[in-house]
Ligand binder design. Structure first.
Ligand code: NAD
Length: 476
């Protein structure tokens, strides 16, 4: 049985309760884990506060070295962690390997910033004094993570937090705790001091983290409704919050676009991770002259994405993560079809004995999806893509921005003026121009509108795990 990790100890829940983690491809039990609650969060927060006293005072070059060593050790275990991730999450082994590697790389990327915390010297009118602006770590940070990219999204929070000298109470999604535990275990084996990262498990631990008085900042990746609840609760103790929430990213393809490049990017953008991505091409707007050519290429790509158990070598798309998640996407697709949409590819579950026990679904492409359909108004968190023909860029931009969300966006065109206009006018935290939808470590990533606020990735994320303090030195 797996355990939580609190102050380096492998612990059961205070209540003694447990629950099972199931494989989305087979329904088999992968492991039994503790169902933690407020008492466990309290213990973890106390442990993190204790560790903060020493971790935050460590010379920053030592912190950098410790993190690099721990990350290297974790990276030596990518293969076994990837198998665990596929078994609990469902994604293909290729996707799991990429994600497990990203975890270690992300720790390394932020480790390099650990000794580059800069402040300011400020001249003051009284020359017997001067001012400084210094940056200090915040304290204990809570990290709350969803199930779609358990490792990437945990690393996005843990890595900048600990590199800046904070300590963490981390809560994975209740259905995907195992690979995360393995990563943190590997960091500790590789030299990360006990108590710097503590992992609590179970649904009830999220709210307890947000409420806990010792925790000073919350970073949540999750749905928009969860973000609203977390923000409201965090206001009671005035915690800082970073909210990475839902999205419904538009992609505009104009007549002059490189259609091969666009088809590849859209296919990866919509079908990678069985479509369960926050940054993803979720609404496609194609100019009339490019429409038929692009659709042909998209269908050709979708037809190669064989669904299957993520551990099978020939699977190109794992199952959806849960039965509820699949039912939600199927209901959104049905709503579009009932309103008159045409299925261009997929639209059903794959059939055959290989698919009987898991939450499999086909990659799906729909056209003529009418205004008001759920696929346009809601986030579609699965491999189904609504496509719409547009006359020009004006129409594309109007439709693209007609959403409560503002996470990612993209445009494909050879026209620099059109690209420039899209960059200026798309209401989103990220715009890709003629480029595959991949978030880069170097660029701050986060949403606008109801996709949240605050940044992950980049120097910006690192600085958000520090607080500025002004200092006046007198008596000179
Ligand atoms: P979710 O909101 O249901 O859960 C996310 C995490 O929050 C889980 O660990 C959950 O246990 C916890 N949680 C739920 N209610 C809570 C509460 N009241 N207080 C504290 N914690 C609580 O989301 P999900 O279904 O696991 O993930 C899918 C969603 O995440 C989608 O909307 C997706 O777009 C979004 N997402 C966003 C990003 C991004 O970076 N913007 C990335 C990935 C996923």
């Amino acid at each position: 049985m797996a355990t939580m990790i609190i102050e380096g100890d492998r612990t059961k829940a205070a209540s003694g309760k447990t629950y099972e983690v199931h494989n989305p491809a087979t329904g088999d039990v992968v492991d039994e884990v503790p169902a933690g609650g407020p008492a466990d969060v309290d213990k973890a927060a106390q442990a993190a506060a204790k560790a903060f006293a020493t971790w935050s005072k460590l010379p920053s070059n030592q912190r950098r070295e410790i993190l690099h060593k721990a990350a290297q050790h974790m990276l030596s275990k990518v293969e076994e962690i990837a198998v665990l991730l596929t078994r609990e999450q469902g994604k293909t082994l290729l996707e799991s390997r990429l994600e497990a590697r990203r975890f270690g790389e992300n720790i390394g990327w932020f480790a390099d910033l650990a000794d580059k915390i800069h402040g300011q010297y400020v001249r003051l009118p009284d020359l017997t004094t001067y001012g400084l602006v210094v940056r200090r770590p915040i304290g204990v940070c809570g990290a709350i993570v969803p199930w779609n990219f358990p490792l990437t999204l945990a690393a996005n929070k843990v890595a900048p937090a600990i590199a800046a000298g904070n300590t963490v109470v981390l809560k994975p999604a209740s259905t995907t705790p195992l690979a995360t535990l393995a990563c943190i275990e590997a960091l500790i084996e590789g030299g990360l001091p006990e108590g710097v990262v503590n992992v609590v498990l179970g649904q009830a631990t999220g709210e307890a983290i947000v409420a806990h008085p010792l925790i000073r900042k919350i970073a949540l990746t999750g749905s928009t409704p969860t973000g609203k609840k977390v923000m409201a609760k965090a206001s009671e103790t005035l915690k800082k919050v970073t909210l990475e929430l839902g999205g419904s990213d538009p992609c505009i393809v104009l007549d002059d676009a490189d259609l091969e490049g666009a088809a590849r990017a859209i296919s990866v953008g919509r079908f990678f991770n069985c479509g369960q991505q926050c940054l993803s091409t979720k609404r496609l707007f194609v100019q009339e002259g490019a429409y038929d050519g692009l659709m042909e290429k998209l269908v050709a790509r979708a037809s190669k994405l064989k669904p299957g158990n993520g551990l099978d070598k020939d699977s190109r798309m794992g199952p959806m993560h849960t039965e509820t998640q699949r039912a939600e996407v199927e209901a959104q697709v049905k709503d579009a079809i009932d309103r008159g949409a045409k299925v261009v590819y997929g639209g059903e579950r794959p059939t055959g004995s290989d698919y009987d026990r898991g939450w499999f679904i086909q990659p799906t492409i729909l056209e003529n999806v009418p205004d008001g359909a759920r696929m346009w108004t809601e986030e579609v968190f699965g491999p189904a893509l609504p496509v719409r023909k547009i006359k020009d860029l004006d129409e594309g931009l109007r439709l693209a921005n007609d959403t409560q969300f503002g996470l990612g966006s993209s445009i494909w065109t050879a026209n620099m003026a059109a690209a420039h206009r899209a960059v200026q006018e798309l209401e989103a935290g990220y715009t890709w121009v003629n480029s595959i939808v991949i978030a880069h470590d170097e660029l701050p990533f986060g949403g606008t509108k109801q996709s949240g606020f605050g940044k992950e990735h980049g120097v910006e994320a690192f600085l958000q795990y520090t607080e500025e303090k002004s200092v006046v030195y007198g008596g000179i």
